[in-house]
Design a protein around this ligand. Structure first.
Ligand SMILES: [Zn+2]
Length: 114
């Protein structure tokens, strides 16, 4: 239960800390990345509290996490060299989607070591 609460609380705290002017939309995008857990539907059982998601579910594997890292980092590089402003710009949305997915993987990863 704490795990699920953290999936809402941490994105909210990150949005309030680093994206204060647009924290509502930012936290909405960050929380929406929980949809990545749709890959649990491929597993049997769908939910197992003892299972480590990282490396087990397809969207929780290292190659997927590398893509999330690129989503997070590339907009920072592209955004610096162009006039990419505003939360609704696709580049900024990609950045936040990548950030949300990285936060998600980190929180799921805690379960693997705890
Ligand atoms: Zn997950």
């Amino acid at each position: 239960m704490l795990h699920i609460a953290l999936h809402f609380l941490i994105p909210l705290l990150v949005a309030l800390t680093f994206y204060r002017r647009r924290w509502r939309n930012t936290s909405l995008i960050l929380v929406a990345t929980m949809l990545v857990d749709a890959d649990h539907l491929l597993a049997d059982p769908i939910y197992d509290p003892e299972r480590c998601s990282i490396g087990f579910h397809p969207l929780h594997t290292v190659p997927a996490i590398v893509i999330y890292l690129l989503l997070f980092v590339l907009p920072l590089i592209v955004g610096r060299n162009s006039r990419v402003t505003g939360l609704t710009h696709p580049v900024n949305v990609l950045h936040l989607v990548g950030l949300g997915l990285l936060i998600h993987m980190a929180l799921d990863g805690i379960d693997c070591v705890a």
